[in-house]
Design a protein around this ligand. Structure first.
Ligand code: AGP
Length: 603
C-alpha cells in the first residue's frame, strides 16, 4: 500500500516529509518522492528504492520558512517501479500524490490525450493532475477544478494536490483509502495515511470519511462530502508509534487479517466489470495453444495453487496440475509448450519457486506469476505478472497475501474460461457476482472473533489437530493447519475429509481435535458423514458451518451464502483467527514465530 504525508507551516518541510514517509515504510514501497511549494516555486524530487535514496537526492536542498509540501511512498499497482512512475506526478503548475486505484483512469486518459495532453508515466494516478489543470484552463478556479476532478474520478483514493494557482493551500480527497488531517497549537497543519507520521507533531486529528474532500490552509480546514459542508471534528492523537503502525491491533498478523476486506477490494479494482474480468497484464500472452496449466509454489502459496486447480478445471475447463516447487525441481518433470506455467509467490523471492520458474522458461513454456512484490526476481523473470496488491505483509504467517492470491486466481479462471469460450454468460455473471461479494464476506465480525477467542482456551493441548474438508475446502484445511502449526507450534494436519477412514481415523479419541469445514454449498452431506464417523469415535469436533450440527463439541456458525467461494473466505477468516488466538494464549510471538523467515530465499 502507498503512503502519503503533507505539511503546511514554517518548519523544515523536507525533513518532516521524509521522516514521515519513514514512519510509513512498514506499508511497503518501491519508490518515493516529495514536492514543496514555497515563495511561488515548486521543488520536486523522486527516487527509486529505499527512502535513503531520496535523502541522498535532497541532501543539498532545504526548505525552512513558510510553505507547503507533500510526500509519497509508492507500492506499484499500475506500471513498473520506475522514477517516471514515482509520485508526485506533475502537470504545468500542479503536483499530486495518490494512494489507491482510479478505476476509470483509462477513459479519462484517452479523453485528455485527445485534448493533446502528454502523459509521462504508466500510472493511473497521473490523470488526476492533468484533469485538474484542464478544468483550470477551462476557467474554473482551483477549488471548483478540484471538486470537479473528484467528481470525475472513480475508485479508491487518498489524494493530496498542490498548485501554484493556490500557493498556500493543500487540496485533499479521500475514498476507500485512509487519510487523516492534523494540527497543533503552533498553527502547523498535517496530512497522512495513518497516525504514526504525525505522532510528536500533531496534537489533534480528523479521521476523514469516504467521500470527504476539501482544502487545508494554515489557518483553516474546509471539508465537503458531495455538496454538504462538513464541520471538522478533531480527536486527540495517540502517542505510541509502533502501536500506531499496527493501527491499534496487537499484532501485524491480526491487522492483516482485518485488512483482507480492503486489500481484496484493491485486488479486484479495475479488473472486474459486469461483462467479465479484464487482465491487461496478460494482453501480450497468446493462450490459443494453451491446453493445460501447471502451477508451482510453496507453503501457503501452494495451498492457493491447490485451490485454483479446482477452479481452472471446473470453470475454465483447462486441465491443471499443481507442483510443490522443491519437489518439481528435482523430479525431471515433463514440460511442454502447450502448458501454461503459473508460479505463485507472495515475496517473489522464494528460491525453490524461482528455480522451478527458470526450468519452465528454459523449456520454452509461457510463464505467468501471481505475486505481491513488483520488480521481485520472480516478477522480473516471468513473461507476465498479475500483482495481488495486498500491500506489504509483515506477519510471517501469510493471511492477506493468501486471500488476494485466491481472488486473483479466481479472476484468472474466469478470464481464461472466457478466452477459451468455455464459460456461459450465465455462469460468468454468477461468478462475477460472487467475486464482487468477497470483500463484504471478509469483514471480520467482532462477535465471531470474541467467540473464537473464548473457545480457543480448549485447544491448547491434545495430541494434535486434523483440519478436514472436501473440494476447495481441502486446500483450505491444509492452510488452516499450516497457520496453526506456524504460530502455535502445535501439531496439525490438513486432510481430505473422505480420506479419514483410510487410516487417520485410527487416531480418533477425545484428545484428537478435528476442525471440520462443512460448507452448505459443497458436498455438505458427504462431509457431514465423515465428521459423524469421527464423532462416533469420541474425537473432539469443532464444526464450522452455516448449518447447525448437533454432534459438534464446539460449533462456529457461518452465514448462509450462495456460492462456495464465499463460504471459503468466511471459513478462512475463522481458521486464521483460531490460529492467532491459540498462539496468543500460548504466549508465542505471533508475528515472528520461531524458526521461520518471511521469505525463504535459500533451498
Ligand atoms: C505462509 O504462512 C508461510 N510463511 C510460508 O509457507 C510461505 O507461504 C512460503 O514460504 C512461500 O512464500 P512465497 O509465497 O513468498 O513464495
Amino acid at each position: 500500500m502507498c503512503g502519503i504525508v503533507g505539511y503546511i507551516g514554517k518548519a523544515e518541510k523536507k525533513k518532516f516529509l521524509i521522516d514521515g514517509l519513514q514512519e510509513l515504510e512498514y506499508r511497503g514501497y518501491d519508490s518515493a518522492g516529495i514536492a514543496i511549494l514555497k515563495n511561488g516555486n515548486i521543488s520536486s524530487f523522486r527516487a527509486l528504492g529505499k527512502l535513503e535514496n531520496l535523502r541522498q537526492k535532497t541532501k543539498e536542498f532545504s526548505s525552512s520558512g513558510f510553505g507547503i509540501g507533500i510526500g509519497h511512498t509508492r507500492w506499484a499497482t499500475h506500471g513498473k517501479p520506475t522514477e517516471a512512475n514515482a509520485h508526485p506526478h506533475s502537470g504545468e503548475f500542479t503536483y499530486i500524490i495518490h494512494n489507491g486505484i482510479i478505476e476509470n483512469y483509462k477513459e479519462i486518459k484517452e479523453d485528455l490525450q485527445a485534448e493533446g495532453i502528454k502523459f509521462l508515466s504508466q500510472t493511473d494516478s497521473e490523470v488526476i493532475v492533468h484533469q485538474f489543470e484542464q478544468f483550470i484552463k477551462k476557467g474554473l478556479n482551483s477549488k471548483e477544478a478540484f471538486k470537479k476532478t473528484i467528481e470525475v474520478i472513480e475508485g479508491a483514493y487518498a489524494i493530496l494536490l498542490i498548485t501554484k494557482d493556490e500557493p498556500e493551500t493543500i487540496f485533499f480527497a479521500k475514498n476507500a483509502v485512509p487519510m487523516i488531517l492534523g494540527q497543533n497549537s503552533c498553527g502547523e497543519k498535517f496530512m497522512s495515511s495513518s497516525d504514526s507520521p504525525l505522532i510528536g507533531h500533531a496534537t489533534d486529528v480528523i479521521y476523514l470519511n469516504d467521500g470527504d474532500f476539501g482544502w487545508v490552509k494554515k489557518d483553516k480546514i474546509t471539508i465537503f462530502n458531495g455538496e454538504v459542508s462538513i464541520a471538522p471534528t478533531f480527536v486527540t492523537l495517540g502517542r505510541d508509534k509502533i502501536y500506531a503502525q499496527k493501527d491499534g491491533f496487537r499484532f501485524f498478523m491480526e491487522k492483516e487479517i482485518y485488512e483482507q476486506e480492503s486489500v481484496v477490494s484493491e485486488t479486484l479494482m479495475g479488473r472486474v466489470n459486469d461483462n467479465g474480468v479484464e487482465l491487461d497484464e496478460l494482453k501480450n500472452i497468446n493462450f490459443s495453444n494453451i491446453n493445460a496449466i501447471t502451477i508451482c509454489a510453496c507453503g501457503t502459496s501452494y495451498h492457493a495453487a491447490l485451490t485454483a486447480a479446482y477452479l481452472f478445471e471446473r470453470i475454465s475447463k483447462i486441465k491443471c496440475q499443481v507442483e510443490i516447487a522443491s519437489e518439481f525441481r528435482y523430479k525431471k518433470p515433463l514440460l511442454d509448450q502447450g502448458t501454461l506455467f503459473l508460479v505463485i509467490s507472495q515475496s517473489g523471492e522464494t528460491a525453490d519457486t524461482l528455480e522451478a520458474l527458470k526450468m519452465a522458461k528454459k523449456a520454452g513454456m509461457k510463464t505467468v506469476a501471481i505475486c505481491n512484490v513488483d520488480n521481485s526476481s520472480i516478477v522480473r523473470l516471468s513473461d507476465a505478472t498479475i500483482l495481488t496488491r495486498a500491500g506489504i505483509e509483515k506477519g510471517v504467517a501469510s493471511t492477506k497475501a493468501f486471500a488476494t492470491q485466491i481472488v486473483t486466481l479466481w479472476m484468472l479462471s474466469l478470464y481464461l474460461g472466457n478466452k477459451k469460450q468455455n464459460i456461459s454468460k450465465k455462469v460468468l455473471q454468477e461468478e462475477i457476482k460472487a467475486l464482487l461479494h468477497t470483500p463484504s464476506v471478509l469483514h471480520v465480525k467482532d462477535s465471531i472473533h470474541e467467540k473464537i477467542r473464548r473457545l480457543s482456551k480448549r485447544y491448547l493441548h491434545g495430541h494434535g489437530f486434523f483440519f478436514i474438508g472436501r473440494d476447495i475446502f481441502f486446500p483450505l484445511a491444509l492452510e488452516g493447519a499450516l497457520k496453526l502449526k506456524e504460530i502455535s507450534y502445535l501439531h496439525a494436519e490438513g486432510y481430505p475429509a473422505g480420506e479419514m477412514k483410510h487410516g487417520p481415523i485410527a487416531l480418533a479419541d477425545s484428545e484428537l481435535f478435528t476442525i471440520a469445514l462443512m460448507p452448505k454449498n459443497m458436498l455438505y452431506d458427504k462431509t457431514k458423514s465423515n465428521v459423524e464417523e469421527l464423532s462416533a469415535r469420541d474425537a473432539t469436533i469443532l464444526a464450522i458451518s452455516p448449518l447447525e450440527f448437533d454432534l459438534a463439541d464446539d460449533f462456529l456458525q457461518t452465514s448462509l451464502q450462495d456460492h462456495p467461494m464465499s463460504e471459503f473466505f468466511e471459513m478462512m477468516i475463522i481458521t486464521q483467527i483460531l490460529a492467532l488466538e491459540i498462539s496468543v494464549r500460548l504466549g508465542n510471538d505471533v508475528d515472528m514465530p520461531r524458526n521461520l523467515a518471511k521469505s525463504v530465499t535459500v533451498e
